[in-house]
Design a protein around this ligand. Structure first.
Ligand code: URA
Length: 238
């Protein structure tokens, strides 16, 4: 469910502010009934009309990107750095597409982008957080004890992380580094980096191998593909 003024703004009627004005002027109907209350919420099944003209429904689009390093996971960057949305725009994707969650500037890998706000909110909801699998290259030789601590949860920003699933991939004794595959179910800020920091193994490189059942097969760094209809359906049904 979305607020009426947001739906109007997204359909290109006017800014949210101006859309509120239009609602207050009594020019908006939902399923044929005049609505003048600003908090009103509507969903995709409601027919919203302004001055009797139904809003054009935005076609939903879904993309999986293999995010390269050095790109911001947001639609705009106040410092003018390249964003994931710029990568899609360059290939002619012109819709208002947003990333679902974020990957750090220096993190690479699987990132979902969509203009389907309902699905994005659902996937990002803390109660619902989807499995995310990362490969972390970290400083030091990770021990079984470290893995156990990571699995059970560590305190970051004053709060324990939920159970995670770490597995040692390899250690390099000469360079004193390790590679760990880890699946987490939350999406806290800098979560993976902070978890490894908490067990004394700062992250050198971080790559997200998969997001739920979506992996990066066939996608080189910087490439993206539209999701298949069945994948969108499966994300909705997760
Ligand atoms: N955890 C991090 O620390 N960074 C990311 O980009 C994703 C998860």
């Amino acid at each position: 469910m979305e607020r009426l003024q947001k739906v109007m703004a997204e359909a290109g009627v006017a800014s949210r502010r101006h859309s509120e004005q239009i609602i207050l002027e009594g020019r908006v109907t939902v399923n044929g009934k005049k609505v003048t209350t600003l908090g009103t919420k509507v969903d995709g099944n409601d027919v919203v009309a302004v001055d009797g003209v139904p809003l054009q429904k935005e076609q939903h689009e879904y993309f999986l990107l293999n995010k390269p390093r050095g790109v911001i996971s947001s639609a705009h960057d106040e410092h003018g750095r390249k964003t994931v949305v710029d990568l899609l725009k360059k290939e002619g994707i012109d819709e208002r597409i947003y990333p679902v969650g974020r990957l750090d500037y220096d993190t690479t890998g699987a990132l979902l982008l969509t203009n389907d706000g309902d699905l994005a909110n659902k996937l990002m909801h803390p109660r619902f957080e989807i499995n995310k699998t990362y490969i972390a290259k970290v400083r030091g030789l990770v021990t079984n004890n470290d893995l156990r601590t990571l699995r059970r949860g560590v305190k970051i920003d004053g709060k324990m992380t939920r159970e995670s699933h770490p597995r040692l991939v390899e250690t390099n004794r000469a360079k004193k580094t390790s590679r760990v595959k880890i699946t987490i179910h939350e999406g806290r800020y800098h979560q993976v980096k902070k978890m490894f920091e908490a067990v004394g193994h700062p992250v050198i490189k971080l790559h997200r191998e998969s997001y739920g059942f979506l992996d990066l097969s066939g996608l080189a760094s910087g490439e993206f593909r539209p999701l298949r209809t069945a994948e969108v359906r499966d994300l909705r049904e997760l």
